[in-house]
Design a binder for this molecule. Sequence first.
Ligand SMILES: [Zn+2]
Length: 379
Amino acid sequence: MKNKNAIPNPVELTRDLIRMDTINPPGNEEPAARYLGELLAEAGLQVSYPRLGENSTGLMAVIPGKASRLPLVFTGHLDTVPVGDAPWDSPPHGAEIQNGRLMGRGASDMKSGIAAMAVTALNLAQEPEGEGDVVFVFTAGEETGSEGALQMKESGVLPVEAGAIVVAEPTGNIPLLGHKGAFWLECTAKGKSAHGSMPDLGDNAIYKAARAAASLENFFSSAEGHPQLGKPTVNVGTFTGGSKINMVPDSAHFRVDLRSVPGVEHAALFEDIKDHLGPDIEIERLLDLPGISTPSSDPWIKKILDIMARIEGNRPEPGYVNYFTDASVLTPALNNPPTLILGPGEPSQAHQTNEYCVVEKIVRAVEFYLEIARDWLKS
Ligand SMILES: [Zn+2]
Protein backbone atom coordinates (compact mmCIF):
# COMPACT_ATOMS: atom_id res chain seq x y z
CA MET A 1 0.00 0.00 0.00
CA LYS A 2 0.87 3.65 -0.22
CA ASN A 3 2.31 6.22 2.12
CA LYS A 4 5.39 5.06 3.99
CA ASN A 5 4.80 7.37 6.92
CA ALA A 6 6.77 6.85 10.07
CA ILE A 7 4.96 4.35 12.26
CA PRO A 8 4.38 5.61 15.80
CA ASN A 9 5.93 3.85 18.75
CA PRO A 10 3.21 1.69 20.34
CA VAL A 11 4.07 2.92 23.84
CA GLU A 12 3.69 6.55 22.76
CA LEU A 13 0.45 5.69 20.98
CA THR A 14 -0.84 4.05 24.18
CA ARG A 15 0.04 7.23 26.08
CA ASP A 16 -1.85 9.35 23.54
CA LEU A 17 -4.90 7.15 24.03
CA ILE A 18 -4.69 7.22 27.84
CA ARG A 19 -4.67 11.03 27.70
CA MET A 20 -8.06 10.87 25.98
CA ASP A 21 -10.79 10.39 28.58
CA THR A 22 -13.02 7.55 27.35
CA ILE A 23 -14.57 6.72 30.71
CA ASN A 24 -17.82 4.86 30.16
CA PRO A 25 -20.40 6.07 30.93
CA PRO A 26 -20.62 8.20 28.86
CA GLY A 27 -17.70 6.85 26.77
CA ASN A 28 -16.86 9.78 24.49
CA GLU A 29 -14.80 7.37 22.38
CA GLU A 30 -15.21 9.35 19.17
CA PRO A 31 -12.02 11.48 19.45
CA ALA A 32 -9.95 8.35 20.14
CA ALA A 33 -11.63 6.50 17.26
CA ARG A 34 -10.99 9.43 14.88
CA TYR A 35 -7.40 9.81 16.06
CA LEU A 36 -6.63 6.17 15.28
CA GLY A 37 -8.84 6.23 12.19
CA GLU A 38 -6.89 9.10 10.67
CA LEU A 39 -3.58 7.30 11.22
CA LEU A 40 -4.96 4.16 9.62
CA ALA A 41 -6.67 5.96 6.73
CA GLU A 42 -3.43 7.78 5.95
CA ALA A 43 -1.71 4.42 5.72
CA GLY A 44 -4.30 3.30 3.17
CA LEU A 45 -6.76 1.33 5.29
CA GLN A 46 -10.50 1.51 4.59
CA VAL A 47 -11.91 3.19 7.66
CA SER A 48 -15.43 3.64 9.01
CA TYR A 49 -16.92 4.84 12.28
CA PRO A 50 -19.95 2.84 13.43
CA ARG A 51 -21.89 5.22 15.67
CA LEU A 52 -23.11 4.12 19.08
CA GLY A 53 -24.24 7.46 20.51
CA GLU A 54 -23.41 11.13 20.84
CA ASN A 55 -19.60 11.54 20.71
CA SER A 56 -19.40 7.75 20.82
CA THR A 57 -18.27 5.74 17.82
CA GLY A 58 -16.29 2.61 17.25
CA LEU A 59 -13.75 2.20 14.48
CA MET A 60 -13.53 -0.40 11.74
CA ALA A 61 -10.43 -0.48 9.56
CA VAL A 62 -9.75 -2.96 6.78
CA ILE A 63 -6.55 -3.96 5.01
CA PRO A 64 -7.97 -5.62 1.90
CA GLY A 65 -6.43 -8.89 0.77
CA LYS A 66 -7.01 -11.34 -2.06
CA ALA A 67 -10.13 -12.91 -0.53
CA SER A 68 -8.74 -16.40 -1.06
CA ARG A 69 -8.88 -16.74 2.72
CA LEU A 70 -11.43 -15.57 5.30
CA PRO A 71 -10.63 -12.32 7.11
CA LEU A 72 -8.52 -12.24 10.26
CA VAL A 73 -10.16 -9.97 12.85
CA PHE A 74 -8.30 -8.04 15.54
CA THR A 75 -10.52 -6.43 18.16
CA GLY A 76 -10.37 -4.28 21.25
CA HIS A 77 -12.48 -1.68 23.06
CA LEU A 78 -11.86 2.04 23.25
CA ASP A 79 -13.76 2.81 26.47
CA THR A 80 -12.58 2.42 30.04
CA VAL A 81 -14.24 2.08 33.42
CA PRO A 82 -14.39 5.15 35.73
CA VAL A 83 -11.35 6.05 37.84
CA GLY A 84 -13.13 5.24 41.12
CA ASP A 85 -13.22 7.12 44.42
CA ALA A 86 -9.79 6.21 45.77
CA PRO A 87 -7.03 8.74 45.03
CA TRP A 88 -4.41 7.80 42.40
CA ASP A 89 -0.65 8.18 42.87
CA SER A 90 -0.39 9.77 39.42
CA PRO A 91 -3.11 11.44 37.34
CA PRO A 92 -5.35 8.74 35.78
CA HIS A 93 -5.08 10.41 32.37
CA GLY A 94 -1.48 11.56 32.80
CA ALA A 95 0.10 8.52 31.10
CA GLU A 96 3.27 8.80 33.19
CA ILE A 97 5.97 6.16 32.90
CA GLN A 98 7.61 5.00 36.15
CA ASN A 99 10.03 2.09 36.46
CA GLY A 100 9.02 0.51 33.18
CA ARG A 101 5.33 0.85 33.95
CA LEU A 102 2.92 3.04 32.04
CA MET A 103 0.34 4.39 34.47
CA GLY A 104 -3.22 5.42 33.81
CA ARG A 105 -6.85 4.43 33.42
CA GLY A 106 -7.00 2.07 30.46
CA ALA A 107 -3.24 1.35 30.46
CA SER A 108 -3.99 -2.37 30.76
CA ASP A 109 -7.71 -2.49 29.95
CA MET A 110 -7.04 -1.90 27.14
CA LYS A 111 -5.49 1.05 25.40
CA SER A 112 -2.14 -0.75 25.26
CA GLY A 113 -3.81 -3.57 23.34
CA ILE A 114 -5.57 -1.15 20.99
CA ALA A 115 -2.31 0.74 20.33
CA ALA A 116 -0.42 -2.51 19.68
CA MET A 117 -3.09 -3.56 17.18
CA ALA A 118 -3.08 -0.17 15.46
CA VAL A 119 0.72 -0.29 15.10
CA THR A 120 0.35 -3.81 13.73
CA ALA A 121 -2.07 -2.43 11.14
CA LEU A 122 0.33 0.36 10.15
CA ASN A 123 3.13 -2.18 9.64
CA LEU A 124 0.95 -4.56 7.63
CA ALA A 125 -0.18 -1.70 5.42
CA GLN A 126 3.38 -1.39 4.15
CA GLU A 127 3.64 -5.07 3.26
CA PRO A 128 2.51 -6.85 0.08
CA GLU A 129 -1.13 -7.83 -0.30
CA GLY A 130 -2.01 -10.98 1.64
CA GLU A 131 -4.37 -13.88 1.04
CA GLY A 132 -7.23 -12.36 3.02
CA ASP A 133 -8.51 -9.16 4.60
CA VAL A 134 -7.30 -8.05 7.99
CA VAL A 135 -10.11 -6.29 9.83
CA PHE A 136 -9.63 -4.15 12.92
CA VAL A 137 -12.77 -3.80 15.02
CA PHE A 138 -12.35 -1.24 17.80
CA THR A 139 -15.54 -0.95 19.79
CA ALA A 140 -17.17 1.69 21.96
CA GLY A 141 -19.35 0.85 24.95
CA GLU A 142 -17.77 -2.48 25.93
CA GLU A 143 -17.56 -1.83 29.66
CA THR A 144 -21.31 -1.37 29.97
CA GLY A 145 -22.10 -4.71 28.32
CA SER A 146 -20.58 -4.88 24.81
CA GLU A 147 -23.06 -2.30 23.50
CA GLY A 148 -20.78 -1.16 20.67
CA ALA A 149 -20.13 -4.70 19.47
CA LEU A 150 -23.88 -5.43 19.60
CA GLN A 151 -24.62 -2.26 17.62
CA MET A 152 -22.03 -3.27 14.99
CA LYS A 153 -23.54 -6.73 14.76
CA GLU A 154 -27.09 -5.42 14.43
CA SER A 155 -26.23 -2.74 11.87
CA GLY A 156 -24.52 -5.29 9.62
CA VAL A 157 -21.14 -3.54 9.32
CA LEU A 158 -19.15 -6.61 10.39
CA PRO A 159 -17.83 -9.17 7.90
CA VAL A 160 -20.30 -12.07 7.53
CA GLU A 161 -17.62 -14.51 8.54
CA ALA A 162 -14.09 -14.44 9.95
CA GLY A 163 -11.39 -17.08 9.87
CA ALA A 164 -10.05 -16.21 13.31
CA ILE A 165 -10.32 -13.50 15.97
CA VAL A 166 -7.73 -11.96 18.27
CA VAL A 167 -9.10 -10.03 21.28
CA ALA A 168 -6.70 -7.57 22.96
CA GLU A 169 -8.08 -7.82 26.51
CA PRO A 170 -5.36 -7.77 29.18
CA THR A 171 -3.75 -11.21 29.52
CA GLY A 172 -0.14 -10.18 30.23
CA ASN A 173 0.65 -11.58 26.75
CA ILE A 174 -0.49 -15.07 27.80
CA PRO A 175 -2.80 -16.73 25.26
CA LEU A 176 -6.31 -17.38 26.58
CA LEU A 177 -8.76 -19.63 24.77
CA GLY A 178 -12.08 -18.90 26.39
CA HIS A 179 -14.15 -17.25 29.05
CA LYS A 180 -17.42 -17.55 30.89
CA GLY A 181 -20.62 -15.94 29.72
CA ALA A 182 -22.62 -13.34 31.61
CA PHE A 183 -26.38 -13.52 31.97
CA TRP A 184 -27.92 -10.78 34.10
CA LEU A 185 -31.53 -10.90 35.19
CA GLU A 186 -33.92 -8.58 36.98
CA CYS A 187 -36.45 -10.49 39.05
CA THR A 188 -39.65 -8.96 40.39
CA ALA A 189 -42.16 -10.23 42.92
CA LYS A 190 -45.58 -8.61 43.14
CA GLY A 191 -47.84 -8.55 46.20
CA LYS A 192 -50.70 -6.58 47.71
CA SER A 193 -50.21 -3.63 50.01
CA ALA A 194 -51.95 -3.28 53.36
CA HIS A 195 -51.39 -1.44 56.61
CA GLY A 196 -48.41 -2.81 58.52
CA SER A 197 -50.60 -3.49 61.54
CA MET A 198 -52.79 -5.84 59.49
CA PRO A 199 -50.36 -7.91 57.38
CA ASP A 200 -52.92 -10.69 56.92
CA LEU A 201 -54.89 -8.33 54.64
CA GLY A 202 -51.92 -7.92 52.29
CA ASP A 203 -49.54 -10.10 50.35
CA ASN A 204 -45.89 -9.39 51.22
CA ALA A 205 -43.77 -9.17 48.03
CA ILE A 206 -40.51 -9.01 49.98
CA TYR A 207 -41.11 -12.45 51.49
CA LYS A 208 -41.66 -13.91 48.01
CA ALA A 209 -38.63 -12.18 46.54
CA ALA A 210 -36.43 -13.06 49.52
CA ARG A 211 -37.36 -16.74 49.35
CA ALA A 212 -36.70 -16.73 45.61
CA ALA A 213 -33.38 -14.88 45.90
CA ALA A 214 -32.14 -17.14 48.70
CA SER A 215 -33.17 -20.23 46.75
CA LEU A 216 -30.66 -19.31 44.02
CA GLU A 217 -27.62 -19.61 46.27
CA ASN A 218 -27.02 -23.27 45.44
CA PHE A 219 -28.65 -23.22 42.02
CA PHE A 220 -25.55 -24.54 40.27
CA SER A 221 -24.37 -26.94 42.98
CA SER A 222 -25.07 -29.98 40.83
CA ALA A 223 -24.37 -28.29 37.48
CA GLU A 224 -21.76 -29.72 35.20
CA GLY A 225 -18.49 -27.84 35.16
CA HIS A 226 -16.21 -26.88 32.27
CA PRO A 227 -12.80 -28.63 32.27
CA GLN A 228 -10.91 -25.32 32.52
CA LEU A 229 -13.48 -22.80 33.77
CA GLY A 230 -15.10 -24.92 36.45
CA LYS A 231 -18.71 -24.49 37.46
CA PRO A 232 -21.07 -21.72 36.50
CA THR A 233 -21.74 -19.23 39.31
CA VAL A 234 -24.66 -17.19 40.56
CA ASN A 235 -24.70 -14.01 42.62
CA VAL A 236 -27.70 -11.98 43.77
CA GLY A 237 -26.16 -8.53 43.55
CA THR A 238 -29.00 -6.17 44.53
CA PHE A 239 -32.26 -6.41 46.43
CA THR A 240 -34.85 -3.67 46.84
CA GLY A 241 -38.46 -3.61 47.95
CA GLY A 242 -41.12 -1.88 49.93
CA SER A 243 -41.60 1.82 50.60
CA LYS A 244 -42.55 2.24 54.28
CA ILE A 245 -41.93 0.34 57.48
CA ASN A 246 -45.61 0.26 58.33
CA MET A 247 -46.82 -0.99 54.95
CA VAL A 248 -47.01 -4.48 53.49
CA PRO A 249 -44.82 -4.18 50.36
CA ASP A 250 -46.54 -4.80 47.03
CA SER A 251 -43.33 -5.19 45.04
CA ALA A 252 -39.73 -6.29 45.49
CA HIS A 253 -36.86 -6.68 43.03
CA PHE A 254 -33.52 -8.40 42.92
CA ARG A 255 -30.82 -8.63 40.29
CA VAL A 256 -28.95 -11.81 39.53
CA ASP A 257 -25.53 -12.16 37.89
CA LEU A 258 -25.14 -15.61 36.35
CA ARG A 259 -21.77 -16.59 34.89
CA SER A 260 -22.26 -19.51 32.55
CA VAL A 261 -19.70 -21.86 31.09
CA PRO A 262 -19.15 -22.07 27.30
CA GLY A 263 -21.57 -24.39 25.57
CA VAL A 264 -24.52 -23.58 27.85
CA GLU A 265 -27.46 -22.08 25.97
CA HIS A 266 -28.75 -19.05 27.85
CA ALA A 267 -32.26 -19.64 26.50
CA ALA A 268 -32.33 -23.04 28.21
CA LEU A 269 -30.77 -21.59 31.36
CA PHE A 270 -33.51 -18.93 31.40
CA GLU A 271 -36.20 -21.62 31.32
CA ASP A 272 -34.48 -23.50 34.17
CA ILE A 273 -34.31 -20.34 36.29
CA LYS A 274 -37.94 -19.56 35.52
CA ASP A 275 -39.06 -23.03 36.57
CA HIS A 276 -36.93 -22.84 39.68
CA LEU A 277 -38.27 -19.45 40.80
CA GLY A 278 -41.86 -20.33 40.05
CA PRO A 279 -44.84 -18.30 38.83
CA ASP A 280 -44.58 -15.57 41.52
CA ILE A 281 -41.38 -14.15 40.02
CA GLU A 282 -41.26 -12.17 36.80
CA ILE A 283 -37.88 -12.18 35.08
CA GLU A 284 -36.38 -9.69 32.66
CA ARG A 285 -33.07 -10.12 30.80
CA LEU A 286 -30.60 -7.26 31.39
CA LEU A 287 -27.49 -8.68 29.70
CA ASP A 288 -27.05 -11.84 27.69
CA LEU A 289 -23.50 -12.66 26.61
CA PRO A 290 -22.60 -16.32 26.07
CA GLY A 291 -19.28 -17.86 27.08
CA ILE A 292 -16.75 -18.77 24.41
CA SER A 293 -14.12 -21.45 24.12
CA THR A 294 -11.69 -22.64 21.46
CA PRO A 295 -10.06 -26.05 21.97
CA SER A 296 -6.28 -26.02 22.34
CA SER A 297 -6.23 -28.71 19.64
CA ASP A 298 -7.53 -26.19 17.08
CA PRO A 299 -4.97 -26.03 14.22
CA TRP A 300 -4.83 -22.22 14.22
CA ILE A 301 -4.32 -22.11 18.00
CA LYS A 302 -1.49 -24.65 17.63
CA LYS A 303 0.13 -22.35 15.08
CA ILE A 304 -0.27 -19.36 17.40
CA LEU A 305 1.47 -21.24 20.19
CA ASP A 306 4.30 -22.12 17.76
CA ILE A 307 4.64 -18.46 16.77
CA MET A 308 4.67 -17.32 20.39
CA ALA A 309 7.21 -20.03 21.29
CA ARG A 310 9.47 -18.81 18.49
CA ILE A 311 9.33 -15.22 19.73
CA GLU A 312 9.40 -15.92 23.50
CA GLY A 313 11.80 -18.84 23.48
CA ASN A 314 9.33 -21.08 25.31
CA ARG A 315 5.87 -22.39 24.55
CA PRO A 316 3.15 -20.63 26.55
CA GLU A 317 0.47 -22.60 28.37
CA PRO A 318 -2.94 -21.30 27.24
CA GLY A 319 -5.46 -20.38 29.92
CA TYR A 320 -9.08 -19.35 30.47
CA VAL A 321 -10.67 -16.44 32.34
CA ASN A 322 -13.87 -15.58 34.14
CA TYR A 323 -14.42 -12.04 32.80
CA PHE A 324 -16.38 -11.64 29.59
CA THR A 325 -15.20 -9.88 26.44
CA ASP A 326 -16.62 -8.55 23.17
CA ALA A 327 -15.92 -12.05 21.81
CA SER A 328 -19.25 -13.06 23.38
CA VAL A 329 -20.84 -10.94 20.67
CA LEU A 330 -18.26 -11.02 17.88
CA THR A 331 -17.39 -14.72 17.83
CA PRO A 332 -20.99 -15.88 17.18
CA ALA A 333 -21.59 -12.91 14.85
CA LEU A 334 -18.57 -13.96 12.75
CA ASN A 335 -19.70 -17.58 12.51
CA ASN A 336 -17.78 -18.93 15.50
CA PRO A 337 -14.17 -18.91 14.30
CA PRO A 338 -11.32 -19.85 16.68
CA THR A 339 -10.86 -16.97 19.11
CA LEU A 340 -7.69 -16.01 20.93
CA ILE A 341 -7.58 -13.52 23.81
CA LEU A 342 -4.11 -12.02 23.92
CA GLY A 343 -3.16 -8.55 25.10
CA PRO A 344 -0.24 -6.73 26.71
CA GLY A 345 -2.18 -5.40 29.71
CA GLU A 346 -1.98 -7.00 33.13
CA PRO A 347 -5.16 -8.90 33.95
CA SER A 348 -4.69 -8.00 37.63
CA GLN A 349 -4.76 -4.29 36.73
CA ALA A 350 -8.10 -4.10 34.95
CA HIS A 351 -10.49 -1.71 36.72
CA GLN A 352 -7.94 -1.01 39.51
CA THR A 353 -6.78 2.23 41.12
CA ASN A 354 -3.24 3.05 39.87
CA GLU A 355 -3.76 0.83 36.81
CA TYR A 356 -0.56 0.23 34.89
CA CYS A 357 0.82 -1.73 31.97
CA VAL A 358 4.36 -3.08 31.64
CA VAL A 359 5.91 -1.02 28.82
CA GLU A 360 7.93 -3.95 27.41
CA LYS A 361 4.82 -6.03 26.97
CA ILE A 362 3.28 -3.48 24.60
CA VAL A 363 6.25 -3.80 22.27
CA ARG A 364 6.15 -7.58 22.54
CA ALA A 365 2.41 -7.65 21.75
CA VAL A 366 3.10 -5.89 18.45
CA GLU A 367 5.58 -8.65 17.58
CA PHE A 368 3.00 -11.32 18.40
CA TYR A 369 0.18 -9.62 16.47
CA LEU A 370 2.37 -8.95 13.45
CA GLU A 371 3.57 -12.53 13.22
CA ILE A 372 0.04 -13.86 13.74
CA ALA A 373 -1.16 -11.66 10.87
CA ARG A 374 1.76 -12.47 8.58
CA ASP A 375 1.17 -16.17 9.13
CA TRP A 376 -2.50 -15.69 8.22
CA LEU A 377 -1.74 -13.68 5.10
CA LYS A 378 1.00 -15.81 3.59
CA SER A 379 0.17 -18.14 0.73
ZN1 LIG B 1 -11.54 -4.71 28.79
